[in-house]
Design a protein around this ligand. Sequence first.
Ligand code: CA
Length: 237
Amino acid sequence: MKVHLIKPNSSMPNILIIEDELDIADLISMNLQRDGFNVEMAHDGAEGLNLALKNQPDLIVLDLMLPTMDGYQILKEMQRDTRAHNIPVLMLTAKSQIEDRILGLEKGADDYLTKPFSPKELVLRVKSILRRRQSTPSTNVFSHGPFLFDKNNLAFYLDEEPVSLTSIEFKLLLYLCQRAGTTQDRTKLLRAVWGYSDDVHSRTLDTHMKRLRQKIGGFSSLIETVRGIGYHVATVK
Ligand code: CA
């Protein structure tokens, strides 16, 4: 006879919540656990970053204003570290300023929610981010000219040299390369990368593309800006 113990479900994603307001952290935790997620919490920035690097959760819910280290600093540190640079982040911001949301997305957050938010909406966003992250096992590796994408590990290689891309940069370039030879308009790109398109996300697109071009250096000529429409990656022989 099998004995079922109540323990973390190893098949469910692990979510790290970094939020200093205890009642909000508890509310998020409760709602995620109700949907079967495994949850861990940190109540200040430095502790949160440590847990992110140590445990490498499947997703981080990250508050912007935190003691010891704010959300932007955490994003920056995560991107410098190969243990954390491709962990998806849902950012929480109390500020309604559009610039704060744009900054969060530009610094590598996958999405954001403005406080106050409904816990239900948060769970939906978490699921949506994780769904977009899922790779199809049959096609793990995609290559285009000098680019090689390892979709399972979100690893990117340029002429066989590893280059660290953020998850947004990875998704953008992969999407364009898989449709090489055709121009992709901004709406399509935004939907592919963030799941939907709006002005906030649109304003960050060009910043991500600019940074992506810097990272691929001499090969950036393969990416063409089509003014007023979107972007285009050239076909390769
Ligand atoms: Ca806070």
